[in-house]
Design a protein around this ligand. Structure first.
Ligand SMILES: C[S@@+](CC[C@H](N)C(=O)[O-])C[C@H]1O[C@@H](n2cnc3c(N)ncnc32)[C@H](O)[C@@H]1O
Length: 316
């Protein structure tokens, strides 16, 4: 039994079951009137444009925001924000600025009312919008409770966001893009990914003060946030050990030209890598490297046919 199956709650089964029949469903006349008078209450399982509405339970909302390490300086966006509970919680409990994108105008009005009641109307914005044609690239944290196939459609958009952006999904994975972290509550599994920087390519190191045997070049390959590669010392090449890429932060181990271990910790910004090479004795030496050519796009971003097939099967 995999994590998705274990985490699939009655909520998710309902989501999945109704998704196949969900139609574009702008608000009904009756619904709009109720929204205007403040009496509108959504119905759990009601149709939505691409997926029905079911609210994420409170404990899962809290956990999603903890996993994102949401800070007051962050901008959060919830894709398909329903009754607004995730943006409102982000503003009320974490002091963040938050935005909800929701197709159903009644839910948008309801969210605005609830934000006022919670005293966070100046920190949150609810917009009647289709998540697939709306720009949310400025967000630091993206939350979603959608469907496997919708997550796959969003994946290239998410990979276009700034490295380090945190993406948290309630219940549904992103194909075979491995999450950086998962949590399981009593109702669901929650998944976190950090958008990786593109670190692939050939990196030329400058002189490293105090470290005569520093590598001259790093050659890195990347599939999503997974990295492999080697360091070169003249004719000698040695593999990068246990590389970890988290946003724009890259770390791995190396054996130097004399066979001694070195720990590499670096930040990648565009075509520049800056960091430290730390010897076994604990001496840290600053280094800088430049990428010699523009990198290829990150591999594994666009959904493959097997991933799309698996996403379709998840709903049956
Ligand atoms: C399962 S609910 C999740 C609500 C909220 N994010 C939460 O976790 O409590 C999904 C929401 O997405 C909305 N929705 C569906 N398709 C959408 C689209 N293309 N653009 C914007 N919202 C959409 C639905 O109306 C519904 O409110």
């Amino acid at each position: 039994m995999n994590l998705l199956t274990r985490g699939t709650s009655a909520f998710c089964l309902l989501l999945a079951g109704v998704a196949a029949t969900a139609q574009p469903a702008p608000a009904t006349t009756a619904g709009t009137a109720a929204a205007a008078t403040g009496t509108y209450e959504p119905r759990r399982g009601q149709a939505g444009k691409d997926v029905i509405w079911i609210a994420t339970p409170d404990a899962a909302v809290d956990r999603m925001l903890q996993m994102a390490e949401l800070r007051a300086t962050d901008r959060l966006v919830d894709l398909g924000s329903g009754d607004g509970k995730i943006p409102i919680t982000a503003a009320r409990n974490f002091g963040a600025r938050a935005r909800g994108l929701e197709y159903n105008p009644d839910l948008v009005q309801l969210s605005r009312r609830r934000a006022q009641q919670a005293g966070v109307a100046d920190q949150v914005e609810f917009q009647q919008a289709d998540i697939f044609v709306t720009d949310f690239s400025q967000a630091d944290v993206v939350t979603m409770y959608l469907l496997p196939e919708l997550n796959l459609r969003l994946r290239p958009i998410l990979f276009g966001m700034a490295p380090g952006t945190r993406v948290v999904s309630h219940s549904f994975t992103m194909g075979d893009w491995q999450p950086d972290e998962t949590s399981r509550t009593d109702t669901a599994t929650l998944y976190l990914w950090r958008i990786p920087a593109n670190v692939s390519g050939s990196w030329q190191l400058g002189a490293v003060p105090g470290l005569a045997k520093a590598p001259q070049r790093l050659q890195l390959r990347q599939h999503r946030q997974m990295v492999e590669g080697e360091a070169q010392y003249g004719a000698l090449a040695t593999s990068a050990q246990r590389p970890v890429l988290s946003g724009d932060r890259l770390s791995f181990g190396l054996r130097d030209a004399d066979g001694a271990p070195l720990a590499v910790q670096a930040r990648v910004q565009g075509d520049t890598m800056r960091g430290t090479l730390t010897t076994a004795a604990g001496q840290a030496h600053a280094f800088e490297a430049r990428r010699s050519e523009a990198p290829a796009p990150i591999a594994g971003v666009v959904a493959s046919q097997p991933e799309l097939d698996a996403a379709a099967r998840a709903l049956n």
